[in-house]
Ligand binder design. Sequence first.
Ligand SMILES: Nc1ncnc2c1ncn2[C@@H]1O[C@H](COP(=O)(O)OP(=O)(O)OP(=O)(O)O)[C@@H](O)[C@H]1O
Length: 233
Amino acid sequence: MTNEIHRGEFVTLFGRSGCGKSTMLNIVAGLLSPISGEVKFEGGPVKGINTHVSYMTQEDTLLPWRTVRKNIEVPLRLRKFKKRDIQDRVDRYLELLNLTAAADRYPSQLSGGMRRRALVARSLVYDPAVILMDEPFGGIDASLREGLHDELRNAVEKLDLTVLFVTHDIPEAALLSDRVLVFRSRDGAPTYLATEVNIPFGEERNLAEVRMSPDYVDVQRDLRMKLEGDEVS
Ligand SMILES: Nc1ncnc2c1ncn2[C@@H]1O[C@H](COP(=O)(O)OP(=O)(O)OP(=O)(O)O)[C@@H](O)[C@H]1O
């Protein structure tokens, strides 16, 4: 089964551990080649490192010797953005992620949630065509995750981001995604894309309302059933 991801979509790859979700992100990023099949990016095969994507994982890769502002500047400096543009962009993304007051702090002076927000800002600041996120909020306390979800979804809507997201967390997939691709693997056989679930909460969603809605529970149940492979088609 082939699948296309469109500009402005938030698509989550979902499936049991080891089914190849991270591998898929690595292929899109150009870090791996597929053993078989093909991944196309903007119409062509991915050749070498894909510089049009950003990649955020669970790892805290903030540079401890640089302040939040200086960390967010890194991808802009590497891409030789003009000094003025760097300052404007960093200010904009600090504000978007509610980090303006923490701009001059060092990573060791931040809470876990703030560090994740700084990593999100650094992933977005140079307008990559696609944001790859591999369990970016894994290991984060549930109460902090809620705020991170609100901020990420807000950024997605404001900036019309295209996101390819990986999570094991059913509520997280239901809350954030426009579409969830469900992968299955059976006893040693290759993983296959079994089905997809369209998430009905709309492009501009109020996460607080979604969390309280009966549809949220239904979508989570649907995802769980599709993962188990016992859905009625
Ligand atoms: N280059 C490749 N092309 C196709 N499949 C690959 C390639 N490299 C590894 N794989 C397959 O990917 C699987 C590893 O999956 P991966 O670690 O990406 O899973 P995951 O779904 O991200 O797991 P987890 O949820 O535990 O992180 C292996 O079973 C291997 O068969």
